[in-house]
Design a protein around this ligand. Structure first.
Ligand SMILES: CC(C)(COP(=O)(O)OP(=O)(O)OC[C@H]1O[C@@H](n2cnc3c(N)ncnc32)[C@H](O)[C@@H]1OP(=O)(O)O)[C@@H](O)C(=O)NCCC(=O)NCCS
Length: 153
């Protein structure tokens, strides 16, 4: 059985997992400190994480979403996203945003399947914020594609 819980301030961050979704430890620490870090546990071990950060009174961002490698492609990613959307609704937000790289094709598919729509592009975000070039699917990751989900009332 899998259970989600809010990571408490005194607990260490599951940094190895968080870095799989975002290679900047500096950014990860900053948004985990300011937001809600939710961990998914199964038989005592952490199998995934998502982090919510309020951007305004109406909008919350999913800053990090990761499923441990050995648990991928079993529907957990979709389940985590749905859990994050429900939580955002309960916390009273109207919009949920998520950003991903132009090269993250599986993630772009997953987010759109879950009802997110492309909302904006932050050109050269990855070039500005990450010192090393990132390649996925043979594509250089340069721009952040921002997607938004509208919570129905
Ligand atoms: C992105 C991530 C969270 C998805 O988690 P997951 O548990 O593998 O996802 P799911 O099993 O729920 O799959 C959801 C969708 O993703 C896509 N997908 C997942 N595995 C795939 C694979 N091996 N090949 C192609 N598409 C795949 C499919 O579109 C699938 O849709 P479907 O449910 O209609 O089949 C996971 O791969 C991960 O942690 N990646 C590393 C961290 C990361 O990149 N995070 C996002 C940063 S923006």
């Amino acid at each position: 059985m899998m259970k989600f819980r809010l990571l408490q301030a005194h607990e260490p961050l599951p940094m190895e997992l968080l870095l799989e979704a975002d290679p900047s430890e500096r950014l990860v620490r900053a948004y985990c400190a300011a937001g809600w870090c939710m961990i998914a546990e199964r038989e005592g071990s952490v199998i995934g994480v998502y982090v919510l950060l309020a951007l305004s009174n109406t909008t919350v961002e999913i800053k990090n979403l990761v499923v441990a490698e050995s648990f991928r492609s079993r529907g957990y990613g979709r389940q985590f996203l749905q859990r994050a959307l429900t939580e955002a609704m309960h916390r009273g937000f109207q919009f949920v945003e998520i950003g991903t790289g132009n090269s993250s094709l599986d993630q772009l598919a997953l987010y759109q399947k879950c009802g997110f729509r492309i909302h904006a592009i932050d050109s050269d975000f990855f070039k500005r914020n990450y010192p090393e070039p990132i390649f996925e699917n043979g594509i250089e990751c340069r721009d952040m594609i921002r997607l938004r989900y509208t919570v129905s009332s």
